[in-house]
Design a protein around this ligand. Sequence first.
Ligand SMILES: Cc1ncc(COP(=O)(O)O)c(C=O)c1O
Length: 459
Amino acid sequence: MDSVLAEILTIADELLRTEKESPRAPKIRAEDMALGFDLSLPATGKSEAEVLDLLRQVVKRTPKTSGRRFFNQLFAGRAPMATAGEMLASLLNSSMYTYKVGGPNILLEWELSKKMCSCAGFKDGDGTFLPGGSLANLVGMVLGRNRALPGFREKGAQGKRLTMYVSTNGHYSVRKNAGLIGIGRENCIDVAVDENGRMDPAALQRQIERDLKEGALPAVVIATSGTTVRGSFDSIPDLADICQKFGLWLHIDGAVGGTLLLHPQYRDFLTGSERADSLTWDAHKMMGIPLTCSALLVKDPEILFDSFKEVADYLFQADSDHLNPGNRSIQCGRRNDALKLWTAWQRLGDEGWAQRIEKQMSLSRYAAKRISQHPKLVLCEQPSFITVGFYVPGKSSAEICEQLHVSGEAVIGYGDYGEHQAIRLVTMNPEVSEAEIDALLEAAVATAAALPAAAVTST
Ligand SMILES: Cc1ncc(COP(=O)(O)O)c(C=O)c1O
């Protein structure tokens, strides 16, 4: 085992060096992936050396999502020391349902929940860590459902049609979750957005009134703080007023933008968060924590417990409920996602997070400036967050992204910016330099210029 660990560290070292020295990672087509190494499972086990060699091959062929040419998703880069926490969490192999098994990891998870709740303005709140923002949204929606119809957990909908509301720019997990929690996807209602991509509060109110007239039970509004493509922030005070007026649960999907609560100025993007009932906050996005690390924070700890508690004498045998977070979780066995975040927080402190956010935001402003100065590029809109939409007139954004990937110049995606399908540059990795942003833009222009006429479509 010792020699395997030493060799794994060597492989890790090689990966980090490659990321730094040769960040280009040309696309490998799925059908070519197995050339040179065999992915199939053997009947007879291999030697450690052979398995290590296979692992090397896997690492070599894996897209470098933490490298400085990855602009594709809402996660990128690595927070200092977070990976160390992650590796130790694997070795410790705790399960986070009881203090008996998790020990100090339960307590440090608490510290994280308390701190993140205090950032959100949930004074006596609680939290639970989940594998992803989609599931954190699910929990927020379950809590809102249970408050709207207290017997739901035991008896189901009892003939009631519950409705939930999210902007047309909200994340797809919200609709998917509505299909999972007995609400029905059709009862998850899209609300129109304004020109800045924020939910239109007047449209929300009209929709709630219409649904009430039709006998529905409006239950939850999901405000998005940092939409996936345009990076818009719904106005929490406006939505909170409506929720208060009609008695709805307000959940904030801050999977992307919740992290701004750690910045003394940018936290204003989430002004009014203390009026919400629950909040999703992904630490594996802006905070650069290895996937997955998502928190669902709630203002009223009781409802979290009441919504998930179960009797399990074989599991909850010692210590108070408080020390056994399994009774507040949708999971039984649960990975220790807290240690890596806690480790990075120890290293950076609140100030380090604020600096990281500052860099991410300034990179998006820089990219926007360079795009608007470039004669061959068009900026879709001035970004206020960390996603920057742009296009090359007359060329297909999708094809440019594909060719950038094929050549290894960059991994980047495209999204819908109203009239335009545009390249979506995400300035998530604070290690990226301004020169690397310039290089990406030039690569996009050169790639567009080389596109054959047949591939050219209007944006
Ligand atoms: C706004 C928003 N909410 C929720 C999610 C889902 O988060 P996860 O990928 O952690 O499930 C995403 C993912 O990008 C997102 O952009």
